[in-house]
Design a protein around this ligand. Structure first.
Ligand SMILES: Cc1cc2nc3c(=O)[nH]c(=O)nc-3n(C[C@H](O)[C@H](O)[C@H](O)COP(=O)(O)OP(=O)(O)OC[C@H]3O[C@@H](n4cnc5c(N)ncnc54)[C@H](O)[C@@H]3O)c2cc1C
Length: 250
């Protein structure tokens, strides 16, 4: 039974794009229908494989952005202008097109809906994607687990899920959403502009003594810097989970 489940996750599946949604000028969400999808937990990712007519094939990993919902999955892809795969996923692939994927992948960077410990979510750039799945699952399961999302992004133009996060934060006092602008903030912004540091973290996060479960995700540099910052500030290393969005080509 367990073997069948593992083989299922390792098998490539034929998915279909049923909708696309632009999240910013350079990021797009793909809504997929995946027949036979076994379900996932928030934080997990899929491998996507593209195959050219001449048989050349390449694959990349993408976090699942949506809460578990039957055979439906959402991925949000940030386009790298010189990238091989992300320009195709964000500019060429459209509704009705097929897409090959396998998963769900990942057994560590996962939030379980039954977890009651406060969850501190720290995302940089497209690293917010699996954190969004965690936030969405919290809502879908009516969880009351306190959550704080600290989302580091370059400018107001690069924010993903901006309106949705603002609405969710306003509606739910146990869900706090804070943006950290590293290069340029919107007009009227009264907070600092720059990378997350210890002083800023102290104003946004629960103190280390509260032992929150920490989820850190983003480009490798961001994930390592923030994980080190958390340890330096006294957060328990065994409570810190990181996911690095480094290059993932096979
Ligand atoms: C577990 C996991 C989950 C991921 N989830 C997401 C996600 O939800 N959304 C998303 O947009 N991306 C995600 N990524 C990154 C994704 O897998 C690809 O690396 C990314 O889309 C670039 O692929 P590409 O083919 O366009 O670029 P490539 O052709 O692979 O690379 C082009 C250039 O960009 C550099 N580069 C590649 N990837 C990155 C990166 N992530 N950050 C900075 N520079 C990079 C390369 O070194 C190269 O110089 C995830 C990666 C991992 C490992």
């Amino acid at each position: 039974m367990a073997r069948a489940a593992v083989l299922g996750r390792l098998s490539w599946r034929a998915a279909q794009v049923v909708a696309v949604r632009d999240e910013s000028a350079s990021a797009r969400t793909l809504v997929l229908d995946v027949p036979g999808w076994p379900g996932h937990l928030p934080g997990q990712h899929v491998d996507v494989r593209l195959t050219a007519e001449d048989g050349y094939s390449t694959q990349r990993s993408y976090s699942i952005a949506s809460a578990p919902a039957g055979a439906r999955l959402e991925l949000t892809v940030e386009r790298l202008e010189d990238g091989e795969v992300s320009p195709y996923l964000t500019q060429v692939l459209g509704s009705g097109d097929p897409l090959e994927l396998r998963g769900p992948v990942g057994g560590w960077f996962i939030w379980h809906p039954g977890d009651l410990d406060p969850a501190l979510l720290l995302g940089g750039g497209s690293g917010v994607v699996p954190l969004m799945a965690i936030v969405r699952t919290r809502i879908a399961t009516a969880s009351t687990t306190p959550m704080r999302l600290v989302y580091s992004t370059r400018t107001p133009d690069t924010v993903l899920y901006g309106d949705q996060l603002r609405r969710l934060g306003e509606r739910d006092s146990a869900l706090q959403v804070d943006l950290v602008y590293t290069r340029r903030a919107p007009p009227g912004w009264e907070g600092p502009v720059g990378r997350l540091d210890g002083a800023r973290l102290a104003t946004l996060a629960w103190p280390p003594a509260d032992r929150p479960a920490c989820f850190v995700c983003g480009p490798t540099g961001f994930a390592e810097a923030v994980a080190n910052l958390l340890v330096d500030q006294g957060y328990a290393p065994e409570r810190i989970r990181t996911e690095r969005f480094g290059p993932s080509g096979a």
